[in-house]
Design a protein around this ligand. Structure first.
Ligand SMILES: [Zn+2]
Length: 89
């Protein structure tokens, strides 16, 4: 029987208390984790082919995480030194 269980980083993350859309937050969290910079400062995801960070998927994931917490879309500033590990605390 094939293994069908997939482990996503968000499965182990603790939702912030103010999250109003857990599904959106977890999806965005997984995208953000996949698009963290490598040691050279480039996106580690193969989908971004070495783009500088923050790449577009990471920026959008941050916005989605803010939205999932009731934040305003678009104009909300995203910290340049955003840390996905701290977000899940
Ligand atoms: Zn990326």
């Amino acid at each position: 029987m094939p293994e069908t269980t997939r482990i996503w980083p968000s499965q182990d993350a603790v939702l912030p208390e103010d999250v109003t859309d857990p599904l959106l937050w977890r999806l965005a969290y997984d995208v953000a984790v996949a698009h963290q910079p490598d040691a050279a400062g480039h996106c580690a995801s193969l989908l971004c082919a070495g783009q500088g960070t923050p790449c577009a998927p990471l920026v959008n994931a941050r916005r989605a995480m803010l939205l999932a917490r009731g934040g305003a879309p678009g104009s909300a500033p995203v910290p340049a030194q955003w840390d996905w590990r701290r977000e899940a605390a």
